[in-house]
Ligand binder design. Structure first.
Ligand SMILES: [Zn+2]
Length: 309
């Protein structure tokens, strides 16, 4: 019989990243037997994802799959509750449907959570038991990970640093509050602030102008960095993590805003213990790595695997 393999899928709005690994349990990063990117199936996501899984596993014995989804997920039921980027998945019992199509256990997780756990265990957080990861992009997602597990509070919503209020009379946020960190440092907020200041283009253009010493860009970046620094000081006061890992679309370029925020945290800290604040290292594969690691864990606890042991 072929060696058993497990598959992690990281489903995005336009592409699906996959990583195939051996099913054998190990504490190390699941080495890729195959890894790559394919187009996201838009019409029939269950049939499309099942076809991707069959293609990627071709000729091998697939024993578990975990799918990372950008959106709100009921992990216990394997259901996608809401996915802004992938409306075809809204309300879909993706786990059970895909499991029926492939005849293997299938788990569904939030993509950010998968990436955060992978980054904490095998990326920039490796070796530290208490890690806080921040993803800066359109939104701002935070995850507190202790001993490789997400600490998500009594109701599953802990870690929402993007919705810590940093400007009490600031802009209204999608969450209903005013002046959340996201309304200052989220990519759309930075773009608006930059355009209002007379600058043209995206947050990337803003950072390029900042590098070039453009005074308008310096003002916008300083405001963002100040807000991020205040949010991080709140985080230090409440959580006291051993390391803060910052990733996400906005952090992938040499990110002057994060560098500036780090300097401001050092300046403003009093009783706080400022941990290393470091860039994420797994890059765009973090979600697929996290998903395949979860697939291994899912296989380890599935009844078939237990009977075979
Ligand atoms: Zn908010």
């Amino acid at each position: 019989m072929n060696a058993a393999v497990v598959l992690g899928l990281d489903v995005g709005g336009s592409s699906v990243k996959y990583r195939l690994a051996s099913a054998g349990s190990s504490d190390g990063i699941p080495a890729a037997i195959a890894q790559g990117t394919v187009q996201t199936p838009k019409k029939d996501p269950v049939a499309g994802l099942a076809a991707i899984a069959r293609d990627v596993a071709a000729g091998r014995r697939l024993v578990a799959v975990v799918v990372g989804i950008p959106g709100l997920v009921d992990e216990d039921r394997g259901t996608v509750l809401r996915s802004a980027n992938l409306p075809a998945l809204d309300g879909l019992a993706l786990g059970p449907a895909l499991s029926a199509a492939l005849d293997v256990p299938v788990g569904v997780i939030n993509d950010g959570r998968a990436a955060a756990v992978a980054e904490a265990r095998w990326g920039a957080g490796a070796g530290e038991r208490d890690v806080f990861t921040l993803a800066l992009g359109t939104g701002i997602a935070g995850s507190h990970i202790v001993d490789g597990r997400v600490v998500d509070g009594a109701h599953g919503i802990a870690g929402e640093l993007g919705h810590v209020v940093v400007e009490p009379s600031g802009a209204s946020c999608a969450c209903g509050q005013r002046g959340c960190l996201e309304t200052v440092v989220g990519a759309p907020a930075l773009r608006r602030a930059w355009n209002r200041a007379g600058g043209e283009g995206s947050p990337k253009d803003l950072l390029a102008a900042y590098e070039a010493g453009d005074e308008r860009a310096v003002r916008v970046v300083d405001r963002g960095a100040g807000a991020l620094a205040d949010a991080i000081l709140t985080l230090l006061a409440l959580v006291d993590p051993g390391v803060i890992v910052i990733g996400g679309g906005l952090a992938s370029a040499p990110h002057r805003l994060v560098v500036r925020a780090r300097a401001l945290v050092d300046e403003r800290a009093t009783f706080h213990r400022v941990p290393p604040i470091v860039p994420a290292t797994l890059g765009k594969w973090a979600g697929a790595v996290g998903a395949v690691a979860e697939a291994r864990a899912l296989h380890d606890r599935s009844p078939v695997a237990l009977a075979a042991n």
